[in-house]
Design a protein around this ligand. Structure first.
Ligand code: HEM
Length: 410
């Protein structure tokens, strides 16, 4: 590959992660990468994959994993900050950051609560929650992010896990601060805030674990405390870390699914009308929104041995980014991929990842997305965007909106 191509591809990567334009619309940049350098070794020390098959290949590869101790740091950090970031990378206390056999044990202990069948039993409760939130919409304009997209998922996961209702709001900024470490670019300030927020979350959940040990309840946290997997319980740090992971993963992403779904449909009124006319399309519509504008755009891995990816040699020790949002728009996988089509039936998108780390909460997220769309259509005759260009959050790995003002007419 010529240096010119490398330069172009890296310039596109910088636009993606570091400019408001790139964050507002990463898709043309992904298309550029996919066309010019689909398996790209960046000058920043990582590989970036933009084709669906390559992303699947890497995420399912047995010699690819989550040990990031040798990985390049986020862009633009000093040595001291690199050490700070490394502390997050060396965490091995929950399923998201471990390889087998620990991954198998940690995931196994939590997985029963998230099977599609168990999750389906939550549907009536989720419908009631959505209706209650809609009842509280003020007449006229509503910020969907504040009024629905945040409170629903945090309530659902909070109830499941056993996080008291009165504590949830205060945990939100802490979770958000910690997710900064998932980004490719993290400022020194954001990194310090993430470290401090993580410490606060650890104290909070350690206290909650102690409380549940003393007074067991009918909730997931109590079940995790009591869990025995062939005699292999979770250690205290693993319990705390797993509780934080489930709580955080349970709402940050789903909040963005709801926001991205409402925005996507309002920007495509023909698709909204189609959905209104045929509510059986709600399920495929949620899959399509996940594909079209995935709440998680990147999954990161380390190659543990040399491997061929899409015709290029990726060396052992390399950090590899699967750009899920790009894979979801791969024309080799989806017909006319830039079109939002709520009736599309071309298979599940890669938005929940793939392989052993496939999202544990996928069924729950789908359920919440489906109920929201169904109830909004049921309750409102007209739904309109107030601002055609709402602002995206300052992040790429987690893709979502800052606010989404919408006018609802009952
Ligand atoms: C639309 C919403 C969601 C999206 C797009 C999403 C996406 C993802 C992705 C891409 C991964 C894989 C990360 C990787 O391979 O490195 C993942 C893992 C995970 N997700 Fe989700 N997620 C969503 C909602 C949820 C919910 C509601 C929960 C509930 C607790 C959840 C819990 C988890 C957990 C525990 C993992 C780690 C699984 C493992 O490492 O084995 N997610 N999610």
């Amino acid at each position: 590959m010529t240096s010119v191509t490398t330069f172009d591809a890296d310039a596109l990567l910088v636009e993606l992660v570091a400019t408001p334009e790139g964050r507002a619309d990463p898709y043309p940049r992904y298309a550029g990468l996919r066309a010019q350098a689909p398996v790209h070794r960046s000058g920043f020390g990582f590989w970036a994959l933009t084709r669906y098959d390559d992303c699947q290949y890497v995420l399912r590869h047995p010699k690819v994993g989550k040990d990031f101790s040798g990985a390049a740091s986020a862009l633009g950090l000093s040595d001291a900050q690199r050490d700070e970031q490394a502390r997050f990378r060396e965490d091995r206390s929950n399923m998201l950051v471990t390889d087998p056999p620990d991954h198998t044990r940690l995931r196994g202990l939590a997985s029963r609560a998230f099977t599609p069948r168990t999750v389906e039993t939550l549907r009536p409760g989720v419908v009631a929650m959505v209706d209650e939130l809609i009842d509280a919409f003020r007449a006229g304009e509503v910020d969907v992010m504040q009024a629905l997209a945040f409170p629903l998922p945090v309530t659902v996961i909070g109830e499941m896990l056993g996080v008291p209702a009165e504590d949830r709001e205060q945990l939100r900024p802490l979770v958000r601060a910690v997710t900064a470490v998932l980004e490719l670019v993290v400022t020194p300030e954001a990194l310090s805030a993430a470290t401090a927020a993580n410490a606060t979350l650890e104290r909070y959940f350690a206290d909650l674990v102690a409380e549940r040990r003393a007074r067991p309840q009918d909730d997931l946290l109590t079940r995790l405390i009591q869990a025995e997997d062939e005699g292999d319980k979770l250690s205290e740090p693993e319990l705390v870390s797993t509780a934080i992971l489930l709580f955080a993963a349970g709402f940050e992403t789903t909040t963005n699914l709801i926001g991205n779904a409402v925005l996507g449909l309002l920007r495509h009124p023909d698709q909204l009308d189609r959905l209104r006319a045929d509510r059986a399309l709600v399920k495929p519509a949620v899959e399509e929104i996940l594909r079209y504008d995935s709440p998680v755009q990147i999954a990161v891995r380390t190659a543990y041995e040399d491997m061929d990816v899409g015709g290029r040699r990726v060396e052992a020790g390399s950090t590899v980014l699967a750009l899920l949002g790009a894979a979801n728009r791969d024309p080799a996988r989806y017909t006319d991929p830039d079109r939002l089509d709520v009736g599309r039936s071309e298979g599940a998108p890669i938005s929940f990842g793939s392989g052993i780390h496939f999202c544990l909460g996928a069924a729950l997220a789908r359920l919440e997305g489906q109920v929201v769309l169904d109830r909004l259509l049921e309750r409102f005759r007209s739904i309109e965007l107030v601002d055609g260009d709402p602002v995206h959050r300052d992040s790429l790995t987690l893709r979502g909106l800052v606010a989404l003002p919408v006018r609802f007419t009952p």
